[in-house]
Design a protein around this ligand. Sequence first.
Ligand code: NAD
Ligand code: WQD
Length: 341
Amino acid sequence: MKVLVTGGAGYIGSHTTLCLLQEGHEVVVLDNLVNSDPESLERVQRLTGREVDVRVGDLLDEHTVDAVLGEGGFDSVIHFAGLKAVGESVEMPLRYYRNNVVGTLNLLAGMEKHGVRTLVFSSSATVYGANDNVPLNEKCELDATNPYGRTKEQIEDILSDLGAADPRWRIALLRYFNPVGAHESGLIGEDPQGTPNNLLPFVAQVAVGRRPVVKVFGNDYPTPDGTGIRDYIHVMDLAAGHLAALAYLGSAKGVFRWNLGTGRGSSVLEVIAAFSEAAGSAIPYEFAPRRPGDAAISYADPSSALGDLGWSAERNLAQMCADHWRWQKANPHGYKIPDPT
Ligand code: NAD
Ligand code: WQD
């Protein structure tokens, strides 16, 4: 298959591109590099011995999207491109709605025009909001609590309406839980710009000495150790979920929703302990107030993905931390070479 991967230079996109290439697919990446470094795809090429056709361009530029899709031959699109920082989305809602929603509309217009009607979309467990009624299944009510999450909900609505209007579309809405880890080579991984918003990259930067201490947001939640519980999923398992979804869409038309999670929850303190074990030294942490908007507990019911796709996550928290650490240790400043001054 020839697959257009939007946002393919990013964290999840680069790992999925690697898996697509390893499965023999042809990949064209469209990414404006707003939150990524093209070195990720250089390394994917090194790891696979195959070429990635990278186009630096913005989904907000409809002519670019039209030109890439107009080259022809595409069987499907995996749409990762988007902005994803929850706090930033509260401060700059218009930037988020424009980038994520308008960017998707441009993509869909290009797909429609050029007859490409198979799409895998990066949705998020964030669409469930602060729903503590775990495990969360795909029928749970959607109630995103911030602009970022609402862009995902709105895009899901747009795609559902599109599928209802035109039965030729094949659309997978993949609701990721908490992606972490890295390819086992340690050559590619998550490279957040500025202060990491998410727990794992923050813990990893403390472990590598870039930050002094992990702040644990709340120790008075109604959970066994008082800290928040999440469903962390290895990025390579997540990448495999995309290939499984693409395969499913090969023989099914319509709009499908699948949670991609492990079905198991880990607390913040369990994550810190597992990462300390992987890194071979105790990671310092201190308790801090709760972060506004955080749910106490969130984990997936992943049984639909297992039943429909035959997919389930294989890697446990220890492997997630070991792989994340291998990447962070070998690349303490991510893809950037630090300025020696
Ligand atoms: P990322 O920021 O590493 O990757 C996103 C990529 O999209 C980046 O390379 C960025 O440069 C590109 N991009 C953004 N806007 C663009 C535009 N207008 N035109 C072209 N390229 C653009 O993020 P990620 O963690 O790999 O996430 C991928 C997708 O999965 C995102 O849509 C995100 O919302 C979603 N998601 C991520 C998580 C997570 O915790 N990482 C969880 C659930 C869902
Ligand atoms: C996990 C746990 C925090 C940082 C977010 C987005 C969601 C999705 C995944 C994109 C929570 C605690 C965190 C820290 C901490 N992204 N924590 N100290 O909040 O489940 O989900 O990422 O779609 O939309 O909201 O993930 O990694 O931020 O937090 O104690 O420095 O770690 O309170 O309990 P979250 P997270």
